[in-house]
Design a protein around this ligand. Structure first.
Ligand code: DQA
Length: 145
């Protein structure tokens, strides 16, 4: 099984960005832990990060054209307003799982309380830091059997 893992804007700064909310792990730490968790399950996780909406859309299309078995997507702030990413998720065949390190629905800023991509995704895991990503791996594994 092959899963594309896409992390969106500002997640390249994990480990130094708002650590009280996002924790001390770097993106490299998270990518390594998810890859290592998935490997014994027979799953190859291919990680990408981009700060650009169009590149995230191109990556979703890439997962589709490569016949990947699923996508783990932390669209970061795009979660809350990108209908273009919503449309891309709807357009592709691989199931997309939405993940977040924090729980945006309980955070102070009202704009975080809405995910415009949620309805296009097969599942959402949020608020559990790295465990949100690991839960997404488990979900996609079960989804594919
Ligand atoms: C985030 C939550 C978003 O609201 C925020 O814009 C992010 C990170 C998370 O993983 O908790 O950049 O997606």
């Amino acid at each position: 099984m092959r899963i594309l893992m896409i992390n969106g804007p500002n997640l390249n700064l994990l480990g130094e960005r708002e650590t009280a909310i996002y924790g001390h792990k770097t993106l490299k730490d998270i990518e390594r832990e998810v890859i290592d968790y998935a490997k014994p399950l027979g799953i190859d996780v291919i990680p990408y990060q981009s700060n650009l909406e169009g590149i995230i859309i191109d990556l979703l299309h890439y997962a589709h054209h490569e016949n990947m078995d699923g996508v783990i997507l932390n669209a970061a702030a795009y979660t809350h307003y990108s209908y273009a990413i919503y449309d891309a998720i709807k357009a592709i065949t691989p199931p997309v799982v939405e993940v977040h390190l924090s729980d945006p629905s309980t955070r102070e800023e009202a704009f975080r309380h809405t995910s415009v991509i949620k309805e296009a995704c097969v599942e959402t895991f949020q608020g559990n830091h790295i465990d949100s990503y690991l839960a997404a791996v488990d979900f996609l594994e079960k989804h594919n059997v």
